[in-house]
Design a binder for this molecule. Structure first.
Ligand SMILES: Nc1ncnc2c1ncn2[C@@H]1O[C@H](COP(=O)(O)OP(=O)(O)OP(=O)(O)O)[C@@H](O)[C@H]1O
Length: 269
């Protein structure tokens, strides 16, 4: 495998959707179903996961990353059925995941951090240096590659986090609020990267920022109270609004309208 190729290229694709959930429920804590009966099919593209605080976005992304397990219903990732028990290491090699908060050794350089994650993802040893260099370049950190993580700004740490998520050329890439802490220039560059990645990868990106979705996503998955409100294009979201709904743009008004009509109050952007 060359570092430039996607994991999707190395295995014959035998499934219609990269991600397919049917009646999916995921319990957190003692009683709460943070994902509560989700039917969703996602293929190649950049999917923006939007929803108010507490909607269940992080729980859903953690489940798609196989960190949490389904409580009920079905979940299929890259054609593999994910259950309550089982070893999903082979599947995880084909998934990239940026958690909302991620840990790292502060004394590692950016390169060492991304190399370490490549090793955890079992990237073939001979491919690691080029894969790491490519990932670091894609997030614009090539000139910092040999700096220690503890010397980076918050936005740069976030970019290093994105680099570790893409180092294994994943077929499914899960990014939980990746634009938090990025400055406007970094945010623009990152949106381009999202679009680029979505050409051959199933990218799921959770965000509070409607502009991220408008600029970078091929479709929107609007999620509230553990359930799907709508899945459609950014244009579909904009068309759902009207001047009577709160928001500074058609997309924001569409978001408010759909949440209000589904019984939700909306959230912060
Ligand atoms: N370990 C837990 N124990 C109990 N409740 C939890 C736990 N984790 C999450 N929850 C609850 O489940 C719901 C969904 O949480 P989740 O973090 O998935 O939402 P979110 O959409 O990512 O929110 P945000 O936008 O604020 O990050 C919330 O009501 C949250 O309080």
């Amino acid at each position: 495998m060359t570092p430039a190729s996607s994991a999707a290229d190395t295995a014959p694709k035998t499934y219609p959707w990269e991600i397919r959930a049917s009646g999916l429920r995921v319990a957190v804590g003692r009683k709460k179903m943070a994902v509560d009966g989700l039917d969703l099919s996602l293929g190649i593209g950049t999917h923006g996961l939007l929803g108010p605080n507490g909607a269940g976005k992080t729980t859903l992304i953690r489940t798609l990353a196989t960190v949490l397990r389904p409580t009920e219903g079905e979940l299929e990732l890259l054609g593999t059925s994910v259950g309550r028990i089982g070893d999903y290491r082979a599947l995880r090699r084909r998934i990239g995941y940026l958690p909302q908060d991620f840990g790292y050794y502060k004394r590692f350089t950016v390169r060492e951090f991304v190399e370490y994650m490549a090793w955890l993802k079992e990237v073939p040893k001979a491919d690691v240096p080029a894969a790491v260099q490519r990932a670091v370049e894609r997030v614009g950190l090539a000139d910092r590659a040999d700096h220690r993580m503890k010397t980076l700004s918050g936005g740069m740490v976030r970019r290093a986090g994105i680099a570790q998520a893409i180092v294994n050329a994943p077929a499914v890439l899960l990014l939980d609020e990746p634009t938090a802490g990025l400055d406007p220039a970094q945010r623009l560059r990152f949106r381009e990267l999202l679009q680029e990645l979505g050409r051959d990868t199933c990218v799921v990106v959770s965000t509070h920022l409607v502009e991220d979705v408008a600029a970078a996503c091929s479709d929107v998955v609007l999620f509230a109270d553990g359930r799907l409100v709508i899945q459609g294009t950014p244009d579909d979201l904009a068309a759902a609004g009207g001047i009577e709904y709160p928001g500074d743009s058609p997309l924001e008004r569409g978001y408010s309208a759909l949440l209000r009509n589904s019984g939700q109050q909306g959230g912060t952007w």
